[in-house]
Ligand binder design. Structure first.
Ligand SMILES: NC(=O)c1ccc[n+]([C@@H]2O[C@H](COP(=O)([O-])OP(=O)(O)OC[C@H]3O[C@@H](n4cnc5c(N)ncnc54)[C@H](OP(=O)(O)O)[C@@H]3O)[C@@H](O)[C@H]2O)c1
Length: 250
């Protein structure tokens, strides 16, 4: 049976670790060629590329700081040169400093707004020129966009901006039948989570409050993203889908 994303070309920002890597592997398993972006760890990026290629698809890693808009055009120029098009854009990379709302300074505001929100905007603006009709755009958010998470203010605000951008983009790209969606993960056990100052306590609290009594995995978020990237998700656009094992119900 032919793989459902055979011949498609995907880009995943921050696609070398955690949720981004799970998405990249999920897309490759379905037959897509995948370009992953990373910023700091070249060796991890190289390992991820090998794992992607093991599915029999093409892959390469592009180093760029998504928070620096001067570095973003080269990503899509490279994809155009190698593949001539981009079918699936995944804006996943994120960074932020831990701070409460009233203590946000320009540095922490700019870091999360630029790396998370502006990078998504810039990527869509640049990539849409090489995206055929019926392409897919998916971005990542977190529960801090709609709820209070101590110390998460600057990141939460940037994620709220992303969720709103998804709605505007969905309407503006509908003419080309391009869908734009967001997947908002609950607490997923990745390296990013481990950088939280109160990590151990948070894990206990999350497990206690989650109906399934466990943390989520990167693959469980990646699988939802891959569904939205696939041919069966034609009628979903402008949405933020929460993937949290029921955490927000409690
Ligand atoms: N983990 C969670 O609980 C959770 C929950 C909800 C939503 N999310 C969202 O899911 C996404 C992925 O999170 P994660 O937990 O998987 O993170 P992660 O494990 O820390 O992985 C982050 C990835 O992004 C890359 N990256 C970081 N800063 C970058 C930059 N400035 N430019 C380009 N690449 C950069 C990293 O590569 P290098 O290290 O090589 O730079 C890595 O590949 C984020 O948008 C996050 O907000 C996570």
């Amino acid at each position: 049976m032919e793989k459902e994303l055979k011949g498609k070309v995907a880009f995943v920002s921050g696609g070398t670790k955690g949720i981004g890597k799970a998405i990249a592997l999920g897309l490759a398993e379905k037959g897509a060629h995948v370009v992953v972006n990373y910023f700091r760890s070249r060796s991890t990026a190289n390992e991820t590329v090998k794992e992607i290629e093991s599915y029999g698809v093409e892959a390469y890693a592009h180093r760029a700081n998504m928070g620096n808009h001067d570095q973003i055009p080269a990503i899509f120029e490279g994809i155009k040169e190698r593949f001539g098009k981009l079918d699936i854009l995944i804006s996943n990379a994120a960074l932020g400093l831990f701070t409460n709302m009233l203590e946000i300074d320009d540095k922490s505001w700019d870091l999360s707004m630029h790396t998370n929100a502006r990078a998504f905007l810039n990527s869509v603006q640049l990539a849409s020129d090489i995206m055929p009709d019926h392409s897919r755009i998916i971005t990542l958010s977190s529960l801090g966009s709609i709820r209070y998470i101590p110390g998460y203010a600057s990141i939460g605000v940037s994620k709220a901006a992303i969720e709103n951008m998804v709605k505007y983009m969905a309407v503006e790209l509908a003419e080309r039948k391009i869908t734009v969606n967001c997947v908002s993960g609950g607490f997923i056990d990745t390296n990013a989570m481990k950088s939280f100052p109160n990590y151990e306590m948070m894990v206990q609290e999350v497990v206690k409050r989650t109906p399934f009594k466990r943390m989520g995995t990167a693959k469980e978020v990646g699988d939802v993203v891959c569904f939205l990237a696939g041919p069966k998700a034609t009628w979903v656009t402008g949405q933020t889908i929460i993937v949290d094992g029921g955490y927000t119900l409690m």
